[in-house]
Ligand binder design. Structure first.
Ligand code: UDX
Length: 461
């Protein structure tokens, strides 16, 4: 099928490349010319495992093209994905100005055949109808221009389209895997024709042709109305974020009563109604989705005069949890002023270079406020030389240099390679070998045998 993806950020690029990989003919549009040139040369502007390889394959087989010309993209695609950013405003609302510009732009270039316009960006509830209105505004604008150019007459533009909400549930670091192995596909629309085209688009994924385990039953496709599809995205993220805040609250109580939250999580996770995923206690959630989506849902509820108390609590538990690492440092080191603390990991989770709303940023700010010197090592951030939000942080190039001279380490991100560090060597380099395991990720025995004092979250340490 002929597809156009507008916006080549994280969601857009992954969607475009994966759709090309399963055989569709894709044009990706971005208004950033430099980015377009970079992608045309086969380079991915974002780090995501496996993405560059798939992208290069799709370029070679001519199934994907990149352009900054929105008009060319709109005339190419029978299905047009809007995948531009909806960053949070200081109020917690989503900033939808990019969606607005793209929807109008699509309208200005529509002419001829039937199109499906898909909201892939996480947009506020009600955006489906709003996008329809904006597209029609764009069409009217173009019609006016044509009439003016034609001296008062012009043929009527035909604008035959439906809007679909098709939220994504991709995790950073596993986005390609998640695209080919989804738990479900959600399609919200009022148009039957649009739904059948979307089903045809996703048929190879639904049939598990590209799945890791091809013997699994076909992927469930939930067809619903626009607002319910939009709400599913928010509710899924809000539920997962709340689940983590829940286990973090339990961890804090474990700390006080002397229980071990990792055992508690195992024990409750075996109940199939609860499930064992997203029960890893630690210094809390971050990233580009959970914080933004939970705030946006709270804000939407507010708009309708409803106070989302549970969600507000999930956010405040998370805020407090980030600073728990610093509290634990105070418990063991007492005075932090003049001490040196090394952070193992900076990104909000492993296998990504994303620092958006990462707990590390709040930890750094608090340590600086307390007069502590902060050093850090992160497998990707250290390598890429990114320094965003990291002023006054000495970013080291390897874990041993990080340990050198530190009074304590804090494991902030659960990068797999941190399990196999040379802890014995690191302990000898430190002033006091103390480690706060902010993700309950390390093997306590191994670390203690290497000479460290180990402190976990909710783990009697
Ligand atoms: C999330 C959703 O999982 C995905 O479906 C949605 O499309 C986008 O938001 P992502 O932000 O990539 O994906 O990260 P995820 O793996 O879900 O982790 C989010 C945060 O929660 C991370 O900071 C992670 O460290 C934290 N987390 C996760 C925990 O603290 N404990 C857990 O048990 C799981």
């Amino acid at each position: 099928m002929r597809v156009c993806v507008i916006g080549t950020g994280y969601v857009g690029l992954v969607t475009g490349v994966c759709l090309a990989h399963i055989g569709h003919d894709v044009v990706c549009v971005d208004n950033n010319e430099e980015k377009v040139k970079l992608m045309q040369s086969g380079q991915s502007p974002i780090f995501e495992p496996g993405l560059s390889e798939l992208m290069q394959g799709a370029i070679q087989s001519q199934r994907i093209h990149f352009t900054s010309d929105l008009g060319a993209g709109v005339s190419h695609g029978d299905i047009l994905f809007i995948a531009v950013g909806t960053p949070p405003l200081p109020t917690g609302e989503s900033d939808t100005r990019y969606v607005e510009a793209v929807a109008r732009g699509i309208g200005e270039h529509l002419n001829g055949g039937y199109k499906v316009i898909v909201n892939k960006s996480t947009v506020p509830i009600g955006s489906g109808d709003w996008v329809r209105m904006l597209v029609l505004d764009g069409v009217a604008e173009r019609q006016k221009e044509l009439v003016a150019a034609g001296g008062g007459t012009a043929t009527e533009i035909t604008a035959d389209f439906d809007v679909v909400s098709n939220p994504e549930f991709l995790r950073e670091g596993c986005a390609i895997y998640d695209t080919f192995n989804p738990d479900r596909i959600v399609l919200g629309s009022n148009g039957q024709r649009a739904i059948s085209m979307m089903k045809e688009l996703y048929a190879p994924i639904v049939s598990r042709e590209f799945a890791e385990d091809k013997s699994l039953p076909t992927v469930p496709v939930l067809v619903t109305d626009l607002s319910s599809a939009e709400m599913i995205k928010y509710a899924a993220n809000a539920f997962l974020a709340t689940k983590i805040s829940f286990i973090n609250e339990v961890a804090n109580i474990c700390d006080r009563v002397g229980a071990d939250v990792t055992q508690v999580a195992k024990g409750i996770g075996l109940d199939s109604r609860i499930g064992n995923k997203f029960l890893q206690a630690g210094i809390g959630w971050g990233g580009s989705c959970f914080p933004k989506d939970v705030s946006a849902l709270i804000h939407t509820a507010d708009d309708y005069g409803y106070e989302a108390q549970l969600l507000k609590s999930a956010v405040s538990v998370n805020q407090r949890q980030r600073l728990l690492a610093v509290e634990k440092l105070q418990q063991v080191l007492k005075i932090l002023k003049g001490k040196t603390v090394g952070l193992l990991g900076l990104t909000f989770k492993p296998d990504t270079d994303d620092m958006r709303d990462a707990p590390a940023l709040d930890i750094i700010e608090q340590l600086h406020r307390l007069g502590t010197k902060v050093k850090a090592f992160d497998p990707l951030v250290s390598q890429s030389g990114m320094r965003h939000g990291l002023s006054n942080v000495l970013v080291e190039t390897d874990p041993e240099r990080l340990a050198d001279g530190c009074d304590a380490l804090v494991l902030v991100t659960d990068w797999k390679q941190f399990r196999s560090l040379d802890f014995a060597k690191m302990a000898t380099l430190m002033t006091t070998p103390i480690i706060i395991d902010g993700r309950n990720f390390l093997d306590q025995d191994v670390v203690e045998k290497a000479g460290f004092r180990y402190v976990g979250i909710g783990r009697r340490g």
